[in-house]
Design a protein around this ligand. Structure first.
Ligand code: HEC
Length: 439
């Protein structure tokens, strides 16, 4: 377990050392060690584009002209669409049916740097954000007329006053998932999912494996085609048996998915850790965030510890006051909720950051900042996390398949920007379209 996180530095940061300039903000309040000399690492510019409603099924159907080309199955998206990302994004945003995408750009430019040391892979990314501030609230709770309500939501559900985080997500495979090299994250994108011809709660709850008798889910999220009895077509409800799915997992036929979340993970220098198989799962262990709201009692669990933060709750004007660190971090700046300390019209975070444990807590050294309208994330991940059952284990000299997504401007589900899949070789002698440079 990684332990060089110094929560004690919170007090120092809260005193305003890093946040005097309103245009710069350190998202994480912990010290993150990095042995990389970034000056020496080449910058790889990538265009991330809006993928609209393009699903795995569509990609492999006759409607996609690519399928008529020889040997389509063995070609990566970039073989045919190299440097077309901007054009694809513009096309897809224009044809998108939903008003909420209006005003959204078709693509964003992102500067990447990939590096490794003996134990870690580092992915550094910088992008200009549509939000004129770092997104530091998610599912806020508001005290009004004697009761608490959850307010905000993503820009789709709440176009005028969104209260939602931004995200930077990395998907990795090691060659175990057939077709991932060629089709990357599109393998996890299917009709029936949230915001793509969404399956009804009732229909999902009735399913074996993921419904009420299984995972207890009422929506469809990412899944891999191998987990369905039919590879193509509308197949969200065509689940293989639990035994078959367990076997796929044991064979490593899942993809790793880790997400830096500007509100729900960045403040503790963390990213969440999950994987995609028949559903989008969290890794085993304690996740890096949880609810700060008890839906049964209708009350928050914690409020701010005034002796640390200077306040018990937030006023609306605090949301974008960058001189204040407004994350609620369990055991660091929180005390149990006490109604007598809260004034009408005040807010608390609906979510609580906490220290992850086990496989779900592997990503604890993610540095991130927001400066002059740009986010920078330095994603540090152990090559070998020690959890092969739900992580992809990487080695120096190895080649891995990557897909990266950015949810920008307080969006969710498919309203993200994505890279085409690419391969990354770790170390100077590895194969791959992008090499990570060993330091
Ligand atoms: C063998 C070549 C080939 C491969 C591989 C390929 N495509 Fe295509 N794709 C095409 C061609 C050809 C078109 C049609 C272009 C046109 O009409 O100008 C197309 C069209 C598209 C479009 C435009 C959709 C629209 O509404 O017209 C998208 C989006 C797209 N491809 C995404 C992908 C993605 C994502 C992948 C990888 C998962 C991929 N393609 C793989 C050849 C390919």
């Amino acid at each position: 377990m990684t332990t060089n996180i110094k929560l004690s530095s919170l007090a120092l940061l809260l005193s305003g050392v890093l946040s005097t300039a309103a245009t710069a903000y350190q998202m994480n309040v912990n010290e993150i060690e990095s042995s990389i000399n970034w000056q020496k690492v080449p910058v790889v510019e990538k265009t991330l584009f809006f993928p609209g409603m393009i699903t795995y099924d569509w990609i492999n159907s006759p409607a996609h002209k690519g399928t008529t080309k020889d040997d389509f199955e063995n070609k990566t998206c970039s073989t045919c669409h190299q440097d077309e990302e901007q054009g694809l994004g513009n096309l897809l945003i224009e044809n998108d049916l939903l008003d909420k995408a209006a005003g959204k750009k078709g693509s964003i430019q992102t500067q990447f740097q990939f590096a490794n040391d003996q134990q870690h892979l580092y992915v550094k990314a910088t992008w200009e954000t549509a939000s004129p501030f770092p997104a530091r609230m998610h599912d806020a709770v508001l005290y009004e007329n004697g009761k608490w309500t959850i307010v905000g939501g993503d820009i789709g559900k709440n176009p005028y006053t969104p209260i939602y985080e931004d995200r930077f997500s990395i998907m990795i495979d090691d060659g175990a998932v057939e077709q991932f090299t060629e089709q990357g994250c599109w393998m996890s994108c299917h009709r029936g999912s949230r915001d793509i011809g969404q399956a009804t709660k009732r229909d999902v709850l009735a399913l074996p494996v993921i419904g009420a008798d299984g995972l207890g889910k009422n929506d469809i999220r990412k899944y891999l085609p191998d987990t369905r009895t039919e590879r193509y077509g509308l197949n969200w409800d065509k689940l293989k048996t639990q035994i078959e799915i367990d076997k796929l997992k044991a064979e490593g036929k899942f993809v790793d998915l880790m997400q830096w979340r500007s509100t729900r993970s960045a403040p503790t220098g963390a990213a969440d850790d999950g994987y995609v198989l028949e559903y989008r799962h969290n890794d085993a262990g304690k996740t890096v965030f949880t609810w700060n709201f008890d839906k049964k009692t209708g009350e928050p669990k914690y409020m701010y510890d005034k002796s640390v933060t200077g306040f018990y709750a937030l006023d609306k004007t605090d949301f974008n006051d960058l001189s204040k660190h407004i994350a609620m971090i369990e055991g660091v700046n929180t005390i149990p909720y006490d109604a007598s300390k809260i004034k009408e019209g005040q807010y608390l975070q609906g979510r609580l950051n906490r220290k992850g444990e086990g496989s779900a807590g592997t990503n604890q050294e993610i540095a991130s900042s927001w400066k002059d309208g740009k986010y920078t994330v330095i994603f540090k991940r152990k090559l070998d996390t020690g959890f092969p059952e739900d992580d992809k284990i990487m080695k120096i000299g190895g080649t891995y398949d990557f897909n990266i997504a950015i949810h920008d401007g307080q969006t969710t589900t498919r309203y993200h920007y994505v890279t085409l899949p690419f391969t990354l070789g770790i170390g100077e002698n590895a194969q791959g379209s992008v090499l990570s440079t060993q330091q």
